[in-house]
Design a protein. Structure first.
Length: 444
């Protein structure tokens, strides 16, 4: 094959998800070259990284190369992706697949890719510096997380806000990047929170604590993209909690786009490989995460994923407040119509029998269609406009058309008790949405 043909072939390669787990092995003799779409081309990480790994190597393990310390980099890179894999739960068996997926992308000369992982074994809370490697065996270096994060014990509670805050603070301090992405993967419950840890009495990180942990870890910095790889997290409540901490949020208001949690094809590979991070735009990167998402199993229950512009969420909240105040004020004369519009919003499939997340735009459209009072219809229309401006892109299956438009809200089932935990969310404290819900409950 001619040199020209080899070059063309190299440019056409893309990183793909590894869907099989592997066991440990030696690092490859040479750093592979990572390539991405759109003309991006970046060599693997700095040469000093390999020397650092060899210098501090303790043992080769199925989880990768155990080291005394992770590679120390001499300079800030253009981008840093921190991935918090809180999988000390029934997702634990997929962790090696996740690590292989991330390793397919790996760090490059332009971007850091650093991971915190926690599965369901004892003493397995780890930090990983992901090197580019396309084999089934995991090659990246790791060490126990408690030392660098300054926390006690090798088995950390991944549902603890302190663990997340420490990882975010440590990660962006030790591996600085001008463009910042935080990726969090676990179980999600919308306004109730995220990151269930079975080893810690099935604890879950409440949403207010989740938001505070990220903000305190950032220490005044702002994320470009917050990627929530979990079910039920594309809610107004979650978006409002993080509106100061990130520019964009990527999340699902129903089931995540992937039957076995793995979501992305070559997205992280493209991000790691790009050389023009100085031109990177948070909206563009968030849109790419959504548009590249592919179900792990096409026939599985995979429903919706959206990119949300968090700079628009304050306006969504303002329009919700106007609408909810009107609905409270005019509930008595319009009771039957308002309740009919409310009850006609389907509970999202993942949430049936759980905590009643329903699509915000669908509720507003129902009000427009069923309530005759002009002011309520106008307020509902204004809310639709604000919500659609916030939803940059939404991806869904046909079964979710009209049911999931990209952003949900708490609308409890008529027979469900109002969840007092909702009152602790930032949205409830700064809007009258909760008062509207309580008024509806009392009117039935």
């Amino acid at each position: 094959m001619s040199l020209k043909m080899r070059w063309i072939q190299l440019l056409s390669l893309t990183l793909a998800i590894a869907v099989v787990s592997g066991c440990g092995g030696m690092l490859p003799a040479q750093d592979p070259v990572g390539s991405g779409s759109g003309g991006f081309q970046a060599k693997a990480d700095l040469p000093s990284v390999r020397q650092d790994i060899a210098k501090h190597l303790i043992a080769q393990t199925p989880e990768g190369a155990q080291v005394r310390q992770l590679p120390a980099l001499p300079r800030e890179k253009m981008a840093t992706v921190l991935s918090y894999r809180a999988m000390d739960n029934d997702l634990s068996g997929a962790l090696s697949k996740h690590l292989n997926d991330l390793e397919e992308a790996g760090s490059s000369a332009y971007a850091n890719l650093v991971v915190f992982s926690d599965a369901d074994a004892q003493d397995d809370s780890r930090l990983h510096y992901m090197v580019q490697d396309s084999r089934r065996a995991i090659a990246s270096p790791w060490l126990h997380a408690e030392g660098p994060l300054r926390l006690a014990g090798k088995e950390l509670n991944s549902a603890s806000p302190q663990t997340l805050e420490s990882f975010v603070g440590w990660g962006f301090r030790e591996y600085p990047g001008r463009f910042k992405i935080l990726d969090v993967a676990s179980h999600g419950s919308g306004y109730q929170g995220m990151c269930v840890d079975f080893s810690s009495d099935y604890a879950q990180m409440p949403l207010p604590a989740f938001g505070t942990a990220v903000k305190q870890g950032l220490k005044g910095r702002q994320l470009d993209v917050l990627n929530l790889l979990a079910c039920l997290m594309a809610t107004v409540e979650v978006a409002y909690e993080f509106r100061d901490a990130a520019k964009m949020m990527v999340a699902s208001e129903d089931l995540i786009m992937g039957g076995r949690v793995l979501v992305y094809s070559s997205t992280f590979g493209k991000l790691s490989a790009r050389t023009d991070w100085q031109k990177a735009d948070a909206r563009e990167v968030a849109r790419q995460l959504v548009e590249d998402a592919q179900p792990d199993l096409p026939s599985s229950g995979a429903y919706t994923l959206a990119a949300i512009d968090l700079s628009q969420i304050a306006e969504v909240k303002r329009r919700m407040n106007t609408l909810s105040n009107l609905l409270i004020e005019r509930l008595a004369p319009n009771r039957c119509e308002i309740l009919a519009a409310y009850d006609a919003v389907p509970v999202l499939r993942k949430d049936q029998g759980q905590s009643s997340h329903r699509d915000l735009v669908r509720f507003a459209r129902n009000l427009q269609a069923q309530v005759r009072e002009p002011e309520i219809r106008q307020a509902a229309g204004d809310l639709i406009v604000a919500a659609e401006r916030a939803i940059v892109v939404a991806k869904r299956k046909k079964m979710e058309q009209g049911v999931a438009n990209g952003l949900s809200v708490y609308l409890p089932d008529p027979h469900e008790e109002f969840n007092a935990a909702y009152l602790q969310t930032r949205l409830a404290k700064e809007s009258s949405w909760d008062e509207f819900l309580i008024a509806v409950k009392a009117s039935r």
